[in-house]
Design a protein around this ligand. Sequence first.
Ligand SMILES: *Cc1c(COP(=O)(O)O)cnc(C)c1O
Length: 405
Amino acid sequence: MYIPYGHQSIKEADIQAVIDVLKSDFLTTGPKVEEFEKKVADYIGVNYAVAIANGTAALHAACYAAGISEGDEVITSPITFAASANCILYCKARPVFADIDKETYNIDPEDIERKITNRTKAIIPVDFTGQPCDLDRILEIAKKHNLIVIEDAAHALGASYKGKKIGSISDMTIFSFHPVKHITTGEGGMIMTNDQKLYEKLKLFRTHGITREEKYLLHGMEWENQEKTEEKKQKEENSLAEKWKRDPEDYKGPWYYEQIELGYNYRITDIQCALGISQMDRLGEFIERRKKLVEQYNKAFSDCADIVIPKQLNNTDNSWHLYVIQILNHSRREIFEKLREAGIGVNVHYIPVYTFPYYQRNGYQNVYCKNAEELYKHLISLPLYFDLTDKQQAYVIDTLKSLLK
Ligand SMILES: *Cc1c(COP(=O)(O)O)cnc(C)c1O
């Protein structure tokens, strides 16, 4: 028996939903994409949603839509998956790491403020384990310094902050549907926003920057650019319009489309979205079970001086992607190895991102986030997923407790 740290839950209805799409006319970019977007947007209570190839592509798209580019700095947490920072590098900007709060393990707003320079363009807070960050404070800082907030909520589908669902609060919020996350589409992600312009940019970015929408044709994204001078606008229109004038019939027919930005092929398939729609029906029970398992872990460890259980704030409702503990007074490595030997797929979330060789080679040798590095020494993630049985969980608890004796 091997118990992983995370696992998808697939039932007959999920399988049937995928089969139905395979028998339909659309395998990709059909009706299921919008249906999935609408279902998640309605659940969260947000105006716009863009389903995309994966959570990393969602972060890349959000950075692009935010206008992040060369010379910019973006502040994020070191205790996260590499993608939260890599998306900044994709846009040729520089990730800046703010330290975490010792108790919640989420990014510390005070350190965000210390790291702001005149190059700072955005903040990417991460709702680590599914517990929302101090969003009021972060949004207040963002407003004061005119920054965009892209919330990495890959862990936090279904979580809420002061009664508001995660996904409805920041300028943009991203989710991931990787199999270890709350719901899965195999690979998949989504960006949520209430801003129509950001929404339109995100959609363009997902498909090569190509569009057929009349309002963009000839003008590109400049339809929204207020700063553009009349003269400049006229010049551009003339050059393109000249082409059309020469051969208006042949140039712009019903087939016509334009590439107006440099996007990617980041589309998600109908096959994946059908699975996502079916998984959304079960999100409630997924979260309920995760909460129950967490309660049982917390109770079992309440008398262990060698374990620090995850601290929860009263104003947040964690949807529990990960259950992360700190091991004190023992070798974390030894406990980790013994748990693995016992068939328990523990893990460590996360290695501080800036310590990776790629970052070290690229100017991060002197970065030091004290709280992140201290935490990293003690972390272990225990198994947490819908299909984890009480019996399996009891085995995890008993094995760990006996190792700490
Ligand atoms: C999973 C995850 C991502 C990336 O999602 P993918 O769908 O795997 O690309 C980004 N950020 C965090 C914090 C994650 O846990």
